[in-house]
Design a protein around this ligand. Sequence first.
Ligand SMILES: Nc1ncnc2c1ncn2[C@@H]1O[C@H](COP(=O)(O)OP(=O)(O)OP(=O)(O)O)[C@@H](O)[C@H]1O
Ligand SMILES: O=P(O)(O)OC[C@@]1(O)O[C@H](CO)[C@@H](O)[C@@H]1O
Length: 313
Amino acid sequence: MILTVTLNPSVDRALEVDALVRGEVLRAGDSHIDPGGKGVNVSRALLANGVRSTAVVPAGGAEGEQLVDLLKGEGVDMVAVPIVGRTRSNITLAEPDGTVTKINEAGPVLSPAEFAEVSDAVLAAASSADWVVICGSLPPGPSVPAFAALCERLVAAGARLAVDSSGPALLAGVSAGAALVKPNREELAEAAGAELCTLGDVLDACARLRKAGAGTVLASLGADGAVLVEESGVLIGRSPVTVPRSTVGAGDALLAGFLAAGARGEAALIEGLAWGAAAVSLPGSRMPGPHDLDRTTVRVESRPDPSRPLGRD
Ligand SMILES: Nc1ncnc2c1ncn2[C@@H]1O[C@H](COP(=O)(O)OP(=O)(O)OP(=O)(O)O)[C@@H](O)[C@H]1O
Ligand SMILES: O=P(O)(O)OC[C@@]1(O)O[C@H](CO)[C@@H](O)[C@@H]1O
């Protein structure tokens, strides 16, 4: 079982618009509502592919109830910890050329008592989990040291910890000795304190995270694919998408596929890239199922050219 932890989940509303014009009334085409937040998406993707997962989420207010209902509707196993604040709603505006504009709320405050309750729920469920995967932004409330303490307690309890977050929370996971981290290009650049222009820059930044305590680094690079840096070496892979529809949740699908396939080596990278590409071809933050996956288009190399420039962000 893979346990996911989303400290700041959301109800995701995606609206398709012909063009995003500031200051105008825009008429939406299709719209989708999905249960959201990065760990929630990892659980949804795993479930869609027959892999057991439980999602831990704090939930409060009408949106919290809606989130729980949406998760129940999809059959996602969950531990919902009631909170006083209102779960956030995040908006995605998707244009026909695949351009996505996202507006994420800060999210409700998690009081120290609520954070302690969520932490206890995570630690209790972690003992029967193959992985504990903490994903997404920290909500207002918990301090970075409190978050770091949760990561450290999990590692001390013998959990295999994966962290997909940004800024100080990502670094806290690295210092705690997370077995796996999954930064995207922006998060990796922030962690490394350097711009990433070439593949070589990415490899250096990944090596730095490993030196600082992370086990494996799976860096997602949008249309440039993903880089896997682990004990046994380096791999880079790509999975071209002909018609990108919504990149929201693609990183979560990549991480879910990678974990589902054993979280190491070429086979896991191929699986992750197939899931990531499939998510990009689907609307909103819909997660791919087995029929959406095409592993034949994935290309992986073991001797990446460090001078290769990355595409523009
Ligand atoms: N435009 C694209 N074309 C092809 N594949 C893509 C594209 N965008 C993303 N992907 C695939 O999805 C994976 C994850 O994308 P990205 O690096 O944007 O993750 P992310 O920023 O963590 O996403 P999110 O936070 O929305 O889940 C990439 O590694 C790649 O395999
Ligand atoms: O604000 P965060 O926690 O960084 O990201 C939240 C979020 O954008 O991430 C998911 C896609 O990865 C969405 O379901 C959700 O709205």
